[in-house]
Ligand binder design. Structure first.
Ligand code: CP
Length: 334
């Protein structure tokens, strides 16, 4: 099901206005985010720049579902862009007294918000919000149900590009709960748009979407076969909170069959990188030795999340200025 009218996140110039999903975007939208994110990273020391791009803007982080990495790196990114930052504590907000989501949003809008960063357990929540906010407000999806997590996928693409170069040449394997993961959906869209040579998904049949081949991926139920010769391994956790019923005999059994161990890693290319969006469940989908091993770039992903989120917020704010200038020029000409 398409959750979005095709152009909800694009403006009249075809530029990003919101950032809700990678579905329907063009490769140049993704490469622009990666290039701008790269420009914020100092290659000499790994530091991330502090710039005035969002000075005077107010960004509200609305997390209706728990988060460590996404919320914190958004907040750091907003501060690096010199924005004013508000983290709404949903647990102590008036949503607990029965206020609807839209009433909450309209009140926050009246407090002169410029960007809402939204995480919600309902698929489609960010799109719903984008359809109902004032035209000057931008909405960024920080993860909605099992639908999409576009900034996570983009920080993953940046991590791959910085470690392995052009994504075009790479074989990428994603292992774990493919069916319930919003991260995997967004990663597959990103890898497809950036034309990765081969995208593989590895896991038991019970954790595969009904028609995985339709996603343009190669499906493997055997982990060693799936890992054979790949450049990049992305491990994702079991999304137990989204499973309607028990889809696995046990976590121990899952680790025995699909856990990423040092021995299994040997099937991949010797210089393959290991990624995980977090949170990691050591001993369930991945062994501690691999999480902490030389091939792991899991903590780089977290750092690059700051640069990618800075890039997304800078781009959509700059796009709004470009659109305004374009409209003013058109009005002047007519
Ligand atoms: N990867 C990710 O979304 O992590 P958090 O849930 O901690 O934000």
């Amino acid at each position: 099901m398409r959750l979005t009218p095709r152009n909800l996140q694009l403006d009249a110039l075809g530029q990003l206005r919101h950032f809700l999903t990678l579905e329907g975007l063009k490769p140049h939208h993704l490469t622009q985010i990666l290039d701008v994110a790269d420009s914020f990273i100092n290659d000499a020391n790994g530091e991330i720049a502090k710039v005035p791009n969002l000075h005077g803007k107010t960004i509200m982080n609305l997390f209706f579902e728990p988060s460590t990495r996404t919320l914190t790196t958004f907040e750091i990114a907003e501060k690096r862009l010199s924005a004013d930052v508000v983290n709404l504590n949903i647990e102590t907000s008036s949503t607990k007294k029965g206020e609807t989501l839209l009433d909450t949003l309209w009140n926050l809008q009246a407090m002169l918000a410029d960007i809402f960063v939204v995480r919600h357990s309902e698929s489609g929540a960010a799109h719903f919000i984008a359809r109902h906010v004032a035209p000057h407000i931008h909405v960024i999806n920080a993860g909605d149900g099992q639908h999409a997590h576009p900034t996570q996928a983009m920080l993953d693409m940046l991590t791959i590009r910085r470690h392995k170069g052009d994504i075009y040449d790479l074989k990428v394997a994603i292992i774990g709960d493919i069916q319930h993961s919003r991260v995997v959906r967004s990663q597959i869209q990103a890898l497809s748009l950036l034309e990765a040579r081969e995208i593989r998904v590895i896991g038991p049949k019970t954790l595969m979407p009904p028609d995985p081949a339709a996603l343009g991926v190669h499906v493997f139920n055997d982990i060693e076969q799936g890992l054979s010769g790949v450049d990049v391994i992305i491990n994702v956790r079991l999304q137990n909170e989204r499973m309607q019923s028990a889809l696995l005999p046990s976590e121990k059994e899952f680790f025995n069959l699909y856990g990423l161990t040092k021995q299994r890693l040997n099937a991949a290319k010797p210089d393959a990188i290991v990624m995980h969006p977090g949170p990691v469940n050591r001993g369930v989908e991945i062994d501690s030795e691999v999480v902490d091993g030389a091939q792991s770039v899991i903590l780089d992903q977290v750092t690059y999340g700051i640069a990618v989120r800075m890039a997304v917020m800078s781009i959509i704010t700059e796009n709004a200025q470009k659109l305004k200038a374009h409209q003013a020029a058109q009005a002047h000409a007519s």
